[in-house]
Design a protein. Structure first.
Length: 351
């Protein structure tokens, strides 16, 4: 039985990964450590909370004593590090929080794993640390071309800079110690359980409550959208088949402008929920500082080496996602009642 330490497993991608793994495998043990900040929610994991293969630990990955105790008490085979501060707007206002969690937290995990797995001639067989990163570390693309694993890192926000810093530390552990690592860099994820500071759930929630839909700049910034379950599948494949020391880009080849996403959500809700929801709710606001124009990932490497392909195209995935939020309005109401949601609402109103 393999034991996974999943960090940030009560957040959006982390909780989806927990569900995916426990559904796919019977012979695993999964430990989830999460600080339970505003974006971490144990309601995301209610369906598995009594599963004997699953254990939750509330804690901070920067807590050295706690992390070391987890490795001492459990024979951990894989670390999957989702734990991160990830909202760009907040990173512009509070960059030190992002550096602390995203860089120092990563170092704490790396050191604990290294100390637990190290043997005389290297590291115990069958161990791996996987860093879940983002395409934002590459910076911004022009109208053509794609991010490849060989694309130079060029982050433009405190968030993406902190993730790039963490990636470089992870890579240094491989280069220096031959520590068994992989790094995955994904495009924009969407799907169930995403905290509504992010674009798609924010749009859905605002439409349902007939609030304005804030769109940065001209709305023509482009992102490559990846359904979260496809991302979870990719991470699983990299854990089990990725070559040590390698970076794997994970993208859906589903590039859409922000305004296209907005109009898709409005159109669905207008036709299926409330005809009073129209494009009149769109409000263009001052562009975000350092706002990257376009992201696009080339997933050739993970496809050719591991056989991964995204299974959910945007048209199907966005409908599936909207239906999930419509069917989980109580979840949405509870997570949007907190202090950070009110903080962002005031921020958008100010603009």
């Amino acid at each position: 039985m393999k034991t996974y330490l999943v960090t940030g497993g009560a957040g959006f991608i982390g909780s989806n990964f927990v569900h995916y793994m426990l559904k796919k495998y019977n012979d695993i043990s999964l430990i989830n450590i999460d600080k339970l900040t505003y974006a971490g929610n144990l309601e995301n994991l209610k369906a598995v909370e009594n599963d004997p293969r699953y254990m939750f630990v509330q804690g901070d990955i920067c807590d050295k004593a706690l992390v070391e105790k987890l490795f001492k008490d459990h024979d951990i085979d894989f670390v999957v590090n989702f734990a991160a501060e990830s909202h760009v707007d907040r990173s512009i206002r509070e960059p030190e929080v992002f550096v602390n969690t995203n860089v120092l937290g990563t170092v704490t995990l790396l050191n604990a794993a290294k100390n637990a797995w190290e043997i005389k001639d290297g590291f115990k067989e069958g161990k791996k640390y996987l860093q879940v990163s983002t395409d934002e570390v590459y910076g911004s693309l022009g109208e053509t071309g794609y991010f490849r694993e060989t694309t130079p890192i060029d982050p433009h926000s405190p968030y993406s800079s902190s993730k790039a810093g963490a990636d470089l530390v992870v890579k240094a552990y491989f280069d220096t110690y031959k520590f068994p690592i992989n790094i995955t860099r994904c495009s924009n994820n969407y799907g169930p359980y995403q905290f509504p500071e992010k674009l798609i759930p924010l749009l859905i929630n605002n439409c349902l409550n007939k609030k304005l839909l804030p769109i940065y700049g001209d709305g023509l910034n482009i992102r490559d959208w990846l359904y979260v379950e496809d991302h979870c599948k990719a991470i699983d494949m990299v854990i089990n088949g990725g070559r040590f020391g390698e970076v794997y880009n994970v993208g859906g080849h589903n590039e859409r402008t922000n305004i296209h996403i907005v109009k898709t959500v409005i159109d669905y809700i207008n036709k299926n929920v409330d005809s009073a929801v129209t494009e009149n709710l769109i409000k263009y606001v001052e562009d975000r500082k350092g706002h990257d124009r376009r992201y696009g990932i080339d997933p050739t490497k993970i496809r050719e080496e591991l056989g991964w392909e995204p299974e959910t195209d945007y048209e199907a995935g966005i409908v599936k996602t909207i239906k999930w939020y419509l069917g989980n309005k109580e979840w949405m109401d509870r997570v949007t009642s907190g202090e950070y949601t009110k903080y962002y609402e005031k921020m958008y109103e100010a603009k």
